[in-house]
Design a protein around this ligand. Structure first.
Ligand SMILES: CC(C)(COP(=O)(O)OP(=O)(O)OC[C@H]1O[C@@H](n2cnc3c(N)ncnc32)[C@H](O)[C@@H]1OP(=O)(O)O)[C@@H](O)C(=O)NCCC(=O)NCCS
Length: 158
């Protein structure tokens, strides 16, 4: 499956998936739109319509992984793993480490990131709207993909 850049044409599907995947913490249309074409931003997806997407910033030498979402019908098929590798591949020339936040009760995401080598380094108390803490994860050094599977249907990275 081809990893491609995500753009404004994907907005309705992203909003649908944000609601399914993140509920009250779903990004608003304005928040999603802000990520299209952001300097230092990376917004990748799989599928037409999208089955999964990942968004991050590679700035100041660090990758901030903001979001990975997989449609509930497409989970446990390796899509997030594939997107994670693609995101790191794009970020690697500009970032040597990464960080992200995960809600403390998001067992699936915690298992997912730990399997990929991310290490919990702290908490942000009451980070989420529902009062839950965020666990801060770090990946250092940033490990770019080691397989040639990260074919991205994209123009040059922003
Ligand atoms: C977390 C999420 C992105 C994983 O996507 P996915 O495509 O299903 O993940 P993968 O198939 O690549 O899974 C890779 C590994 O992660 C771990 N993992 C993934 N989902 C898991 C779950 N529900 N429970 C336990 N481990 C899980 C497993 O080790 C899995 O390997 P396996 O399937 O061989 O056991 C997906 O569940 C999702 O979109 N959740 C809602 C949004 C979210 O919480 N995003 C992360 C915060 S930004």
């Amino acid at each position: 499956m081809i990893v491609r850049e995500v753009g404004p044409a994907d907005l309705p599907r992203i909003l649908e998936m944000e609601a399914l995947c993140f509920g009250a913490e779903a990004w608003t249309p304005a928040m999603v739109a802000e990520e299209f074409g952001r300097s230092g931003g990376i917004f990748l997806g799989v599928g037409q319509p999208l089955q999964a997407y990942a968004c991050g910033w590679a700035i100041m030498g660090e990758l901030h992984l903001l979001q990975i979402a997989v449609h509930p019908d497409a989970r446990r098929a390796g899509l997030a793993t594939r997107l994670h590798a693609a995101l790191l591949g794009v970020a690697a020339p500009r970032a040597d480490c990464g960080w992200l936040e995960v809600k403390v009760d998001n067992a699936a995401a915690i298992a997912f990131y730990e399997r990929l080598g991310w290490v919990p380094i702290g908490r942000r108390p009451r980070y989420y709207a529902d009062g839950n803490d965020a666990i801060v994860f770090r990946l250092s050094p940033l490990r770019p993909p080691t397989t040639p599977a990260q074919r991205i249907a994209t123009s040059s990275p922003r």
